[in-house]
Design a binder for this molecule. Structure first.
Ligand SMILES: *Cc1c(COP(=O)(O)O)cnc(C)c1O
Length: 446
């Protein structure tokens, strides 16, 4: 194992010559549709650093999109994967099952904020797990319709493209999409403020607005499930106003509608709780997890109330690779790492550092319209100075400036004007602060 030295270092311009050569090879070998955020090619990563082929060491404020929450090549994960890969790599759980799969399900049932007797099923990607959650909800309710929300992101497969809100780049030209998917208004405090202070701060009111749309345009008798991210990821790290999620859940319970929390991005200690639903005091019927679940190996899950999870007939759920033994070993080691290293508390510390600094920056820069998020999932929404008009150009310039200076940051948001921070919880305070220093400097100059 060789973690890179924990310091930012620019050996060449970004990208350096070796990355440039790989960019050229990509251009003639990889389909154009697969884009990249950074113009550099990685060779090793760990702690809070990603090192590239030219010897540049970049501060990682992205975690490969909220995946390496416990850090890249976290020691326990590496050890568990090495051991499993030597024993067996695959038998297919549906053919010759193995303990790791059952053990991951037991851990998910223990950790998730779902009430009562629980069951889990494992898949490969977040999208695949969201699709399976919808299958399970339809099987349980015998109803067809599904509601997703404005700004939602649930994946890139056909059903999840239909659930995802934003057309570019996720859906444009890729239809027709799955039927019986409907969209309801979200609680988006920063933008709802344009429609009155009450809507921005009163989550119950925002929920009533959504419920009216659901009631009048779909009807509970036709509705199998509501799918929602407790804090939106790609949509812009939108934290709904207090009361929004509990009011929605309450309506679902009264109307035989399955409440599905998509915690693919928010799960596994990312937000300063094991799951973001805990901040809202809600217990969803089904909870979908992926990204941070297995320290970088592809794994996803649906966990939920036993009577719902057990609705599909025997062999109705599955997949060749779902719950692959190596990914399961990595997930068990990831969970052990989160618990033994106190990473939930670490995410809370990171929130404090980032919110303090970004809050101070916002006080002196009226291009920062909003600073929000929880734990190590923090964003700032950039606007034309002193207005609420989104500034996507400034966002692009800021990200590009940070990248050139050796800091990996991502943007997101419906309007492309949100800079998001998803540092690995293994990052040191010094690197985190240095990353924010760079950002501050680039923003001042932009
Ligand atoms: C990333 C993401 C997905 C899709 O996961 P994939 O593994 O990319 O298929 C679904 N929902 C949310 C909230 C996500 O952030």
């Amino acid at each position: 194992m060789s973690h890179p030295e924990q310091s930012r270092h620019l050996a060449t311009a970004i990208p350096g010559p070796r990355s440039q050569a790989l960019i050229d090879r990509k251009g003639t070998a990889v389909a154009r549709g697969v884009g990249t955020t950074m113009p550099v090619y990685a060779v090793r990563a760990g702690g809070g650093i990603v090192e590239d082929v030219d010897g540049n060491r970049l501060i990682d404020l992205g975690s490969g999109i909220a995946v390496t929450t416990v850090g890249n090549s976290a020691p326990k994960v590496v050890e568990a994967v090495r051991s499993q890969v030597g024993d067996f790599t695959h038998t297919c759980f549906m053919v010759t099952p193995y303990e790791g799969y059952v053990a991951v399900c037991e851990q998910l049932n223990r950790l998730t904020p779902v009430r009562g007797d629980k069951r889990s099923a494992l898949f490969n990607s977040g999208s695949e797990a969201v699709e399976n959650a919808v299958k399970i909800a339809r099987s349980h309710t015998h109803k067809p319709a599904v509601v997703a929300f404005d700004h939602a992101y649930h994946g890139r497969t056909n059903l999840t493209m239909a659930l995802t809100a934003k057309v570019m780049p996720y859906k444009d030209g890729f239809g027709p999409f799955a039927p019986e998917i409907y969209r309801a208004p979200l609680s988006y405090p920063f933008r709802d403020a344009e429609f009155g202070k009450e809507l921005a701060t009163d989550g119950e009111l925002a929920a009533k607005r959504a419920i009216t749309v659901i009631d009048k345009q779909i009807g509970a008798d036709n509705l199998a499930a509501v799918v929602i991210e407790p804090i939106q990821g790609e949509g812009g790290f939108i934290v709904p106003a207090d009361g929004f999620l509990p009011t929605l859940l309450d309506w679902c319970r009264k109307n035989d509608v399955v409440f599905i929390a998509d915690e693919v991005q928010t799960g596994f200690a990312r937000t300063g709780a094991m799951f973001a639903c805990e901040h809202e005091g809600i217990d969803p019927d089904l909870i979908v997890t992926a990204k941070g679940i297995a320290g970088g190996l592809p794994l996803s899950a649906v966990t939920g109330r036993a009577e719902i999870m057990d609705s599909p007939h025997v062999s109705g759920l599955g997949g060749t690779y779902g719950g692959n033994p190596i990914a399961c070993a990595a997930a068990l080691a990831t969970i052990e790492t989160i618990e033994s290293e106190g990473l939930v508390a670490r995410a809370q510390q990171i929130e404090k550092i980032m919110k303090d600094r970004l809050g101070r920056l916002q006080a002196e820069d009226d291009r920062i319209g909003d600073v929000r998020g929880r734990g190590a999932m923090i964003a700032m929404e950039l606007v034309k100075a002193g207005t609420t008009e989104p500034d996507a150009d400034l966002t692009k310039a800021l990200c590009a400036g940070a990248h050139a200076a050796g800091v990996i940051v991502l943007s997101c948001g419906t309007y492309g004007n949100v800079v998001r921070f998803l540092p690995p919880l293994s990052i040191g305070d010094d690197l985190l602060n240095e990353g924010l220093d760079v950002l501050e400097e680039v923003l001042r100059g932009a």
